[in-house]
Design a binder for this molecule. Structure first.
Ligand code: GUN
Ligand code: FE
Length: 451
């Protein structure tokens, strides 16, 4: 069984399907009404494959293959802080928890521990692609690129650029050094993954308040020169919006600040977008900018409720972000669930049409995210010529683990066999966790398996 999004509204469930993945991780054939024997005896030979070289994975009853999740916004160096936010809101949260932690990861040994666990944990939750913010440190940003490549997670890696309004102990010396250091991290990726098969640099001005105009101009020019994507934060918190208004008085809005510096492009991922005006959404649409919706974070640090339905209705491409550690969970399944709940809060504030369906929130976590990172032709759903970034999900009564006493630990999603597939998937979305994530592949490589 395979489940994936065809569109925002349509989640397709297919049974007795066989998907054939070659040694490069590309889907080279898809057969309907196919069992294991037919796959091996009939189709594999047609592809020129020797049966002895083929490995087979069958989804047992109650199991299904699902596209890998795409986390369009996550801060790897904040991983040790998940769940630690007290009663802070964005600006005091940054100073209290975030800058000290990020700054401490210029220690390579510390960064290695943190980044390894962050990648392993997110893989174990089915995140096959992540758009990471690293820190200002070049060596530790390069280490994050190395580790993603080694552990097999598809990733966008951004050295965090900030030459203004940040503490002395954690700030770029100047716009010039910030840009030069960013180029150094791009050169490193060019060495380890020259075709960006798995790892791609992403230009990362932290957010307007932490960047001088000179830096933003320079990074905008770098985008134009290299064609690499951009990620930043936008309109997350009301005090932040007010600060941007004060710091950049010549600009009509927060969105105009990025637009005026060459940073609002079709390859730009804007995280949060909680307090955007409709005029700003129109400008983002005109520039084909992308949105990362971070519902866990927006609730945890009380930023607000993003108006996802309004942005979808205006035609924006939207994906989900954990925003670890503004967000408390490294799981995109949790972000899927929280996107549903936050949309219900928006509905309770007024417009019932704001509610997002299960189909819609799962789309945001997969195919929507693929569009946001510019990879919808490769990942986010299953199709001929696409790459095998997938997870095997097991529900109800599927023995997924054996505890120390040898007792089988069961899936937290109890299904009884009488539910239809729509109901099973609803149960997974609202009750599932990494115990249901039995195996994970990126580009055909098995990168996680639940023991
Ligand atoms: N705005 C600027 N930096 C950050 C960050 O690290 N996390 C969040 N959520 N918002 C930000
Ligand atoms: Fe963030």
């Amino acid at each position: 069984s395979f489940v994936h999004s065809k569109s925002l509204e349509v989640l397709e469930v297919l049974h007795d399907l066989a998907v054939f993945v070659d040694e490069k991780g590309v889907i080279v054939a898809i057969e309907e009404h196919c069992d294991k024997q037919q796959a091996l005896q009939v189709i594999a030979p047609k592809l020129g494959w020797t049966i002895g070289d083929v490995s087979v994975r069958v989804a047992a009853p109650g199991q299904f293959f699902f596209p890998g999740f795409i986390d369009t916004h996550i801060h790897a160096p904040q991983y040790p802080n998940v769940g630690i936010f007290g009663k802070t809101t964005l600006l005091d949260w940054l100073n209290t928890y975030t800058f000290p932690m990020e700054s401490s990861l210029s220690s390579i040994s510390k960064a290695k521990r943190v980044y390894t666990r962050c990648i392993q944990r997110t893989l174990s939750h089915g995140t096959t692609t992540a758009s990471y913010y690293a820190t200002i440190s070049v060596p530790s940003t390069n280490l994050l690129s190395d580790l993603c490549l080694t552990l097999g997670q598809r990733a966008f890696i951004g050295r965090c650029c900030m030459d203004s309004l940040a503490p002395d102990y954690y700030r770029d010396e100047s716009a010039a050094t910030s840009i030069a250091d960013t180029k150094a991290t791009m050169d490193h990726i060019a060495k380890i993954d020259p075709t960006n098969a798995l790892i791609t640099p992403i230009i990362t001005p932290r957010f307007a308040p932490a960047c001088t105009r000179e830096l933003m101009h320079g990074l905008g020019a770098l985008q134009k020169e290299t064609g690499f994507p951009v990620q930043t934060h936008i309109s997350e918190n009301k005090n932040e919006v007010k600060l941007v208004k004060e710091m950049f008085p010549g600009f009509e809005s927060y969105t105009h600040v990025y637009d005026g510096h060459g940073l609002l492009t079709p390859k730009t991922i804007l995280a949060h977008a909680v307090h955007l005006t409709e005029a700003e959404v129109d400008l983002i649409k005109a520039r084909e900018g992308k949105i990362s919706h971070c519902p866990c974070s927006n609730s945890a640090i009380t930023s607000g409720t993003a108006k996802v339905r309004m942005m979808l209705n205006k035609g924006l491409d939207i994906g989900l972000g954990t925003d670890v550690s503004g967000g408390y969970s490294p799981s995109i399944l949790e972000a899927v669930r929280q996107a549903s709940l936050v949309s219900r809060h928006v509905a309770m504030e007024g417009d019932d049409d704001s509610k997002l369906s299960i189909e819609e929130v799962l789309y945001l976590g997969t195919k929507g995210g693929a569009k946001v990172v510019g990879l919808e032709d490769k990942i986010g759903s299953f199709g001929l010529g696409m790459e095998w970034d997938a997870q095997l999900i097991g529900l109800g009564n599927v023995p997924v683990d054996v505890d120390q006493d040898g007792i089988e630990e069961e899936s937290p999603v109890d299904i009884f066999g009488w539910e239809n597939w729509e109901e099973r998937i609803a149960k997974w979305v609202f009750n599932g966790d990494d115990r249901n994530t039995l195996a994970v592949w990126v580009k055909g490589r098995l990168v996680h398996e639940r023991k």
